[in-house]
Design a protein around this ligand. Structure first.
Ligand code: ZN
Length: 238
């Protein structure tokens, strides 16, 4: 176990082909044309304080489909971005790679994913509205996963290494994409899970040695299962 993963996300993404997302998207290595959302985050007064965390039960509710993309939808995206960036600014060892609307307590199927994980200065995100997984494929890979709604606790989560996803961009056009690498496949599965009321810990709730804690110095250390249980983040047993 490598516990020296500072800036977890940034280190995980070594794939330097991850170029910027303008027009046709090389980064997703796919036939998509996601509009990079042009957002003035000054229009939102959301901060990291708007991000809800487990054990808040809202995180286990299903989000509703967006029927029409309105100014409110764009404002929601604005608010998600502002909260995400503010969260990142408060976290020296982590990069905010993605967020789902439920995480700011809005039960709507919207996710944002960082355009370029390697460049913390790049605050651009792509937006997927009503995203759904069309197909999961490839091998199952178990790797570290964290969440803005699960403070400091990471888990080793098994995920498919490839997914195909479809959704809408902010103009309402359908986009279809396939993940270019297992890390992005992981992010997409994690965020689409959020839309369905599933948190990453739910996949490993009974796995006693799957949890890790982020220390103040930015290391991941094994976290005793009793403490995970005590923290209240695991789903209630039926
Ligand atoms: Zn999450």
């Amino acid at each position: 176990m490598d516990t020296s993963r500072r800036q977890y996300a940034a280190i995980k993404v070594k794939h330097s082909q991850c170029s910027k997302l303008f027009g046709f998207c090389q980064y997703f290595n796919a036939y998509i044309w996601l509009d990079c959302v042009k957002i003035d985050i000054m229009k939102s007064n959301y901060t990291r304080k708007n991000i809800i965390a487990l054990p808040n039960p809202r995180l286990r509710q299903r989000s509703a489909k967006i029927r029409e993309i309105t100014d409110e939808t764009l404002q929601l995206i604005d608010d998600m971005l502002a909260a995400t960036i503010d969260w990142e600014n408060s976290r020296p060892h982590e990069v905010a790679v993605a967020l789902a609307a439920v995480q700011i307590d809005r039960l709507e199927r919207v996710v944002i994913v960082r355009e370029d994980f390697e460049d913390k200065e790049n605050k651009r995100f792509i937006v997927l509205i009503n995203p759904e997984i069309v197909k999961k494929e490839g091998e199952i890979i178990t790797d570290h996963e964290g969440c803005l709604s699960v403070k400091n606790i990471y888990g080793q989560v098994p995920r498919h290494s490839k997914v195909r996803v479809r959704g809408l961009d902010i103009t309402g056009h359908e986009v279809r994409l396939k993940s270019p690498n297992p890390f992005i496949a992981r992010i997409l599965q994690h965020e689409i899970d959020h839309c369905n009321g599933i948190c990453f810990v739910d996949h490993i709730a009974d796995q006693k040695d799957a949890f890790f804690i982020l220390t103040e110095s930015g290391e991941l250390e094994p976290y005793p299962y009793e403490k995970v249980v005590e923290s209240g983040i695991l789903p209630d047993e039926e």
